[in-house]
Design a protein around this ligand. Structure first.
Ligand code: UDP
Ligand code: MG
Length: 310
């Protein structure tokens, strides 16, 4: 069967949202009059979402359930979605309906015009704390500045991608991933469409600060050496200051001044440098840990249940 649109929704404990997601998606997709499928990736839910997804798959053959053996994280769930989607265009959408399914119509229009990646830009965001809005905004701007890829500002994973792009992304099996960055990195003809990001219809965010921080770290380390360069910069800067400081110290000592006899200055300098060195080691560690993870070459995810054809 030739499928035009694959909708991929990662699901982690979204029990109350699945029926409404299915209803609204069906309405939108049926109105387009083309073939479509819905790939629901269950990312180790524990609230009964799994059973609902499996049941939906039995009732409607357009629903393809991919059930993970445990929670692997949002980014990995998206990756599995790419693997199991068969459509000529693949749309990634959140299962909590913060991304309005109706926008897919507009995305599809752009795709038909020849664009290969149509990403949704969050022009407005509803029902989110100022802390989340502020950290998100800061994060997108930081990433834009320090990485080599120009990841469009204020975009999430909600996007439509052509089969060509998905096939390229599927070949990129890196473990610590930042899908929106990867999809910017591959190039192709890209365009954004604005939308208003709604509040969750039910449930709570699955992205506590800890997870947001990890995602930010993955994004930065996957796309730049900036943190490593900061260490080099600090190294040169402190060495430079030290050399400059020698001159007045020698002069003062030769003229018999009692300055710089205290231990405090020495202690502060040692502590400061020790701190900088430890931070640099930590940064190195972040990169080495990621290298180690890649070297192990474990599968990105494990499925308990999934369609036979990938
Ligand atoms: N999600 C997932 N695995 C996780 C965390 C989240 O599959 O470990 C899914 C979640 O069910 C939702 C989407 O990823 O469909 C976005 O998560 P969430 O709404 O919690 O993030 P936020 O919108 O608050 O940034
Ligand atoms: Mg959400």
């Amino acid at each position: 069967m030739n499928i035009t649109y694959s909708i991929v929704a990662p699901v982690y404990n979204e029990l109350e949202n699945i029926p409404e997601l299915y209803r609204r998606l069906t309405e939108v997709m049926d109105s387009m009059g083309e073939t479509w499928e819905l790939v629901l990736v269950d990312d180790g839910s524990t609230d009964g979402s799994t059973e609902v997804i499996v049941k939906l798959g039995k009732e409607d053959e357009r629903v393809r359930p991919v059930i993970f053996a445990r929670n692997f994280g949002h980014q990995i769930a998206i990756t599995a979605g790419w693997d199991y989607a068969r459509g000529a265009a693949v749309v990634i959408i959140d299962a909590d309906l913060q991304d309005p399914p109706e926008l897919i119509l507009e995305m599809a229009k752009k795709w038909k015009e020849g664009y290969e990646v149509v990403y949704a830009v969050r022009a407005e965001r509803e029902g989110e704390s100022w802390f989340k809005l502020w950290t998100a905004s800061l994060f997108y701007r930081l990433i834009y500045r320090i990485t080599d890829v120009k990841i469009p500002l204020d975009t999430g994973d909600f996007r439509l991608m052509d089969r060509k792009v998905v096939d390229v992304l599927r070949a990129m099996r890196e473990r610590h991933r930042f899908p929106r960055g990867m999809s910017a990195w591959v190039g192709f003809k890209q365009i954004g469409v604005d939308y208003k990001r709604a509040a969750r219809i039910a449930g709570e965010t699955k992205y506590p600060f800890r997870k947001m921080f990890r995602l930010a770290l993955n994004a930065i380390t996957s796309f730049s050496y900036f943190p490593l360069q900061v260490a080099t910069f600090f190294g040169f800067a402190s060495a430079g200051i030290a050399i400059l400081a020698i001159i007045p110290v020698i002069y003062l000592r030769m003229t018999g001044s009692q300055a710089f006899f205290g231990q405090a200055t020495t202690l502060i300098a040692v502590l400061f440098l020790g701190g900088v060195q430890l931070i640099s080691l930590g940064i190195l560690g972040e990169y080495i840990g990621r290298l180690y993870d890649e070297a192990k070459g474990r599968p990105l995810y494990i499925v308990r249940e999934a369609p036979k054809d990938q």
